[in-house]
Design a protein around this ligand. Structure first.
Ligand code: UDP
Ligand code: MG
Length: 149
């Protein structure tokens, strides 16, 4: 099974969208392997967004992510990385298709509600930043037998 890192950002937590987002992933058939609500420490914000450190938007991005609690999760499923990216939608909510999380629930690129890993390599790296191996729960969803061919 493949894994990805998903995070409801502070605007999503404050707007009460954690349940809606978890529901969408659950209904798809994906399996939650770990979850934590926390104020993300600066060191892990910097690690998470390492590729954007030199970008002009990085200081405001860091401020945004540290403005309130985030809801961090690990999810599992076949081909999960591209599947969740599609469910999340384009980075700019103005370009995100209706039916996607950002397309349905967000308006501004600087308040786009959710993060999801963009490749299996990023997923592995990001899960490692935020979760220890013992925090990843290994179990079978009762419907796995009918979710997969
Ligand atoms: N971001 C921003 N302004 C920009 C580009 C990105 O505020 O012009 C923020 C936004 O929160 C985005 C995050 O930086 O989700 C990471 O950017 P990336 O291009 O990796 O988008 P994502 O992978 O989240 O779709
Ligand atoms: Mg990204």
């Amino acid at each position: 099974m493949d894994r990805t890192f998903v995070m409801v950002k502070p605007d999503g937590v404050q707007r009460g969208l954690v349940g809606e987002i978890v529901s969408r992933l659950e209904a798809k058939g994906l399996k939650m392997a770990a979850a934590r609500l926390e104020m993300m420490p600066e060191a892990r914000v910097t690690e998470q967004y390492r590729e954007h450190l030199e970008k002009p938007f990085f200081p405001t991005l860091r401020q945004y992510i540290m403005s309130g609690p985030c809801f961090l999760m690990v999810w599992e499923g076949k081909d999960i990385v591209p599947i969740v990216r599609k469910m999340v939608g384009a980075t700019n909510p103005a370009a995100a298709e209706p039916g996607t999380i950002r397309g349905d629930l967000a308006l501004d690129i600087g308040r786009n509600v959710i993060h999801a890993s963009d490749s299996p390599e990023s997923a592995k790296r990001e899960i490692g930043i935020h979760f220890s191996p013992e925090e990843l729960v290994d179990y079978t969803r009762i419907d796995e037998a009918v979710l997969y061919e």
